[in-house]
Design a protein around this ligand. Structure first.
Ligand SMILES: NC(=O)c1ccc[n+]([C@@H]2O[C@H](COP(=O)([O-])OP(=O)(O)OC[C@H]3O[C@@H](n4cnc5c(N)ncnc54)[C@H](O)[C@@H]3O)[C@@H](O)[C@H]2O)c1
Length: 247
């Protein structure tokens, strides 16, 4: 593993109790950062902080602005600063045609994946502006670029994350806050295994490298994007799709 220097940095990772967020938290800890996990899953969060020094847990619903604002204030108060934000909280697709899509299912996916990312950026950026430094990494998906069949809500939520990332990056050009997004193809996590067998098989079959991505491979890219060395990239979309993405 390459060493990435995050010594002294304070990172917020939403969805940090599982999958890509958790793997990223562990990678950040081994790089010297202190990490605040923001997640709904309190049992898992409490278990993790018992096992790893340098980790703190805040029960947060990323889709609730009051919950997010309170967590940002508590984290800044507890650690004295926030340098890094990784927006990894998210839910997967439910497989439907657009005409057959349940409206509440559509809203839930957009609310958590897109509005949740907006609310966390909105709450954390003011703390980054206090030090004029920050690195924000939003987790989109290759689905947001490609729009897979029967995945309209998920694809729209992730395309929205790309647009939000580009727009926020431009707002912050006169600061040392960089805002980027990554677009993984299928990664072996709980979210992937919650999909139907049919969807799992189809997703895996569309990856040219012929295998799923591993959370550690995603965390490795996020760790660099979270570092000071990521200084000349902002509003950018980084591919992690095993050769799948065509742009
Ligand atoms: N696994 C994949 O194949 C894949 C591919 C591309 C992109 N992604 C994206 O990566 C991100 C992480 O996914 P993962 O695979 O690690 O999933 P995961 O299910 O392992 O982890 C998601 C975490 O988000 C938390 N969460 C869900 N709703 C929340 C809410 N309202 N408030 C706070 N926390 C909430 C869950 O409790 C969980 O800990 C998601 O945004 C997902 O869309 C995943």
């Amino acid at each position: 593993m390459n060493s990435i220097d995050l010594q002294g940095r304070v990172a917020v990772i939403t969805g940090g109790a599982s999958g890509i967020g958790l793997e990223t938290a562990l990678r950040f800890l081994s790089s010297g950062a202190r990490v605040a996990l923001w997640d709904l899953n309190e049992d898992q969060g409490r278990k993790l902080i018992g096992q790893n020094s340098g980790l703190s847990f805040y029960r947060v619903d990323v889709n609730d602005d009051q919950s997010v604002d309170a967590a940002a204030a508590a984290t800044a108060n507890d650690f004295g600063r926030i340098d890094i934000l990784v927006n990894s909280a998210g839910v997967g697709n439910i497989r439907h045609t657009v005409a057959g899509y349940p409206v509440d299912g559509w809203r839930r996916i957009i609310d958590i994946n897109l509005t949740g990312t907006f609310l966390c950026c909105r709450a954390v950026v003011p703390y980054m502006l206090q030090t004029n430094y920050g690195r924000i990494i939003n987790i989109s998906s290759v689905a947001g670029k490609e729009g897979p069949q029967f995945a309209s809500a998920y694809a729209a939520s992730k395309a929205g994350v790309i647009g939000l990332t580009k727009s926020l990056a431009k707002e912050l050009l006169d600061t040392d806050i960089r805002v980027n997004t990554i677009t993984p193809a299928a990664v072996e996590t709980a979210l992937f295994h919650e999909m139907s067998e049919e969807s799992q098989k189809a997703s895996k079959g569309r990856i040219p490298l012929g295998r799923l991505g591993q959370p550690a491979e995603v965390a490795a890219m996020i760790a660099w994007l979270a570092s000071e060395e990521c200084s000349f990239s902002t509003g950018a979309v980084f591919d992690l799709s095993g050769g799948k993405a065509t742009y």
